[in-house]
Structure formats: C-alpha cells, structure tokens
Design a protein around this ligand. Structure first.
Ligand code: PLP
Length: 456
C-alpha cells in the first residue's frame, strides 16, 4: 500500500476514510456518499483543507483549541517530555513531575478550596470519575444510601456509559439502555423555547426549584449530587436566566448535596474568567475539566475536588483510575498551555474582544430575519433560528433542518459554526483578534443570508 499522506488526492483520502474510519456522532453511510472534508493543517484560528481552502474556525475544534493551532512552544514541550519520560503511571505509590506540577497549577487557578485533582483522559472519563467519587464519598460519610445523582435534560456530560447517563440527550439514551441506574434528570433553564409567558427571571427560579422538587421526591437522604454545566454547551449554548444559579446554590446548600460543575467547555477562559463558576458565582465541590486544559493538543481531563471531599476520599483506597491518569506528555502540554494563557493574558483578552467588540456584531445578528435570539458570554455564543420573526417558536420541519442548512452554508463559506437543532453556535479560539472576528462575522452573516433564501 502506498503511504497515506496529505499529498493524496482528496477523493482517494475520502474513499479510504469511508472504507475504514467510523466517525463519532455521524451517519457513516451518508458521510461515505458525500465524502468528509479533510483538514490537513491549522494555524492560529485558521484551518486548511485538502483542496487548499482556508477556513476560519468558529468552534475552536470542538470548543477546545483555546490558544489557537500550531503553537511551537507546545510542540517543544511535548518533544522535551517524550525524550525525558514519555510514560509512567501514577498508580502504586509512584508519581512524576508533570502530574505534580499540573495538579499544583490547577489548584492555584481553581477558586475556593478546589485544591485536588484526579486526572482522566477526557471529559467523559472525568465525569465517570465524578460518579464514582460522589457515591464513594457518601459511603465513607456513612450515608451509603446517598447514591442518586440529579442532572438535567439536554445537558451534555460525555459519551461513556456514565457521561451519557449524566447527560440528558434522549437520542443517546435510546442507544444502549441508558441512563444507568441512579441518575435522574430535571428540566433545563431554556427560557427561549420553554419559558412560555414567564419572565426569564421567574422562569429561572422555577427551573432551579425543579431541583428542590426532585430532591424532595427522591428523599434528600438519598441524593448524592447535582451536576450541571454553568452554560449548557452541546445543548445549544443555553445561558440560564440570572436568577437560576443563585437559587441552585441555595438549594444544594440547604440539602447538603454535592454540586458538580461540568466546566469542560466553560473552564480555562471561555466565559472571560478562568472558570464559568466564577462568572456565575457558583461554589462547586467538584469541577470537571478537559478540552481547554490542554487546548486540545493532548487528550487530558480531570476532576478538581474540594478539600473536604478529597480528605474523605483519602481515608480509603479509591478503586478507580486510568492508565493515562496524569499522562506525563499530556500533563507537560497542559502546563505549557496554561503558561501561555497566563503570560499572554488570554483570559483578559477574552474579556477585551468579547465586550463590546464581538458582542456588538453578534447581537446585531438579532435583526436578521432568520434570527429569533442571540446570546453571548465571553467567547461562547449562540443564536436561535426562527421561522417567524418576533416569536419564540420552532420550525415546523424536522427539528434541526434549519440549523443543518445554515451549517452547510457556513461550510460553503469557509467558516465553521456548529448547529444544535435550530441553534447556531460559535466558540472560536480565545486568541481570536478583532480583524478575525470581522471575517468570522462577515462569513456567518453571508451564510445566514443564504440559508434564509433557501428556507423561505
Ligand atoms: N462535559 C461537557 C460539558 C462537554 O461539553 C463534553 C464534550 O463536549 C464532555 C463533558 C465530554 O468530554 P470528552 O468529549 O472529552 O469526553
């Protein structure tokens, strides 16, 4: 077989892809007919494909490439670590410098007494860890009946059995007898489509109080934890009304249950603070991290755990861990990523370019005839496509058709935006400049114009 490289013609790469590569969250038969777009290179906020097209990445890969693509310092850090210690584990009373240094650095950055890190290879794995941590914690506290974890409909917490169970995606639950036992879901704080005649504030309170209702229905003595994303990402970048999180915090405090903030997307600068919990004033006991931790340059995730939970877990052997927990190369890459973020003031940059620069252009899309709502926190934005301007209603066509068509127009205009049903999303690399924001917005607007004509 001849070597498979970037130099092969696109059609040949697509044929090999279709023959051997099973894509995640994809109808592979459909993709095989169409052929995948083959990304060959990337730098900064730009991708290049096998046809030589230059595409602006409005999604930072999968919400992860916070410092932008192709940073030489990261390549150097990875090469240095591979030469020095490419692998060792952290089981059986051993440790290594990259894991130690990264855990210490994360503890410095994380708010409050979130001072302890259990490493995983991804966000999904970290959430599996969180299920084990929360349940084991309560057993050690001599309340072994506290096993139920409450999560939210349309939340996303990953794709492993545990992660997909915590998530509230019906389409995922339908495949594989999920959720696993002991995980229940409450309604989401999605005012735009579910708020009816209520004000956003009243609706936020009502949806937070659904947590209290659920705790009382189950019995407070049986509830281990509540898990949620500060902003639902994969659910459509759903920013809760301002009343939501303070009420959730009141309820978890009242019933003494653990609060797990899934910061896989919102962590590491996305919302204009190091963590989304800071943006919303939340005090979680455990945080899930991944993605921006390494800016996607290496697979790594983890759970940041508060002093009291960590001390309790420390009193017994925790029969849990992954071969790649704290992988030295991934840890060295993450450390270098955090160094760059700090030295270049990336979190401050997010605040500077998000408001008012991106915000003005993004919210101006609210005047577009196809747009019903815009929202933006830091560099995480979404807009709802609407069939009737001025009304918060769904399209009559199959959910997601309008979003799919708009996403296709984005693709055709060399801008990556994602669609979740009929919401369009941006989450560009955090280092995006104002000039690049202009290109992103010009292309997004053109895609919306074209989609509008197509949908009329
Ligand atoms: N949690 C959240 C909030 C996510 O958005 C994701 C992925 O998008 C995950 C968990 C799962 O992370 P991973 O895909 O690294 O397993």
């Amino acid at each position: 077989m001849r070597p498979i490289t970037n130099h092969l013609p696109t059609a040949e790469l697509q044929a090999l892809d279709a023959a051997h590569h099973m894509h995640p969250f994809t109808t592979n038969d459909k993709l095989a007919k169409k052929g995948a777009r083959i990304i060959t290179q990337a730098k900064g906020v730009w991708l290049k494909d096998s046809e030589g097209e230059e595409i602006i990445d409005g999604m930072a890969g999968l919400w992860c490439v916070n410092i932008g693509y192709a940073r030489e310092e990261i390549a150097e850090a990875a090469a240095r670590q591979i030469r020095e210690l490419p692998y060792y584990n952290t089981f059986f009373q051993t440790s290594h410098v990259p894991a130690i240094a990264l855990a210490a650095r994360i503890a410095e950055l994380a708010p409050g007494d979130l001072n302890h890190v259990f490493f995983a290879g991804s966000g999904s794995e970290a959430n599996d860890t969180n299920i084990r941590l929360a349940r084991h914690y309560w057993t050690l506290k001599e309340q072994p009946q506290r096993q139920v974890i409450i999560a939210r409909k349309n939340g996303y917490h990953g794709s492993t059995m545990g992660g997909a169970s915590l998530g509230g995606m019906v389409s995922m639950h339908e495949q594989g007898m999920l959720p696993i036992p002991g995980i229940v879901h409450i309604d989401q704080p999605y005012w735009y489509l579910e708020g009816g005649e209520m004000t956003p504030e009243d609706f936020g309170l009502a949806r937070a109080r659904a947590l209290e209702d659920k705790i009382l229905e189950i019995g407070p003595e049986k509830v281990a934890a509540f898990i949620a994303e500060p902003i639902q990402g994969a659910g459509g970048v759903i920013v809760p009304p301002a009343s939501y999180w303070p009420e959730i915090q009141r309820i978890v405090d009242k019933y003494g249950i653990l609060l797990i903030a899934d910061e896989v997307i919102t962590g590491f600068g996305r919302t204009g603070n190091w963590f989304g919990s800071q943006t919303f004033g939340i005090r979680p006991h455990i945080m899930t991290i991944a993605k921006g931790l390494s800016s996607g340059y290496a697979p790594i995730g983890g759970s940041i755990v508060c002093d009291e939970v960590a001390a309790t877990i420390a009193s017994d052997e925790f029969n849990h861990g992954y071969t790649y927990s704290g992988h030295p190369v991934a840890a060295a890459i993450a450390l270098e990523n955090l160094r760059i973020m700090e030295e270049e003031g990336v979190v401050e940059h997010v605040r500077d370019v998000a408001h008012p620069y991106l915000a003005e252009r993004w919210h101006a899309l609210g005047d577009h005839p196809l747009v019903g709502e815009t929202s933006l926190v830091g560099l995480m934005g979404s807009l709802a496509l609407t069939p009737v301007k001025g009304e918060r209603v769904r399209f009559a066509s199959e959910a997601g058709t309008a979003g799919f068509i708009t996403r296709e127009r984005c693709f055709a205009n060399n801008v990556i935006m994602r669609h979740v049903y009929d919401r369009m999303i941006i989450a560009p690399p955090l280092v995006i400049t104002p000039a690049e924001i202009d290109i992103l917005m010009d292309r997004a607007t053109k895609a919306l114009d074209e989609a509008y004509v197509q949908l009329k």
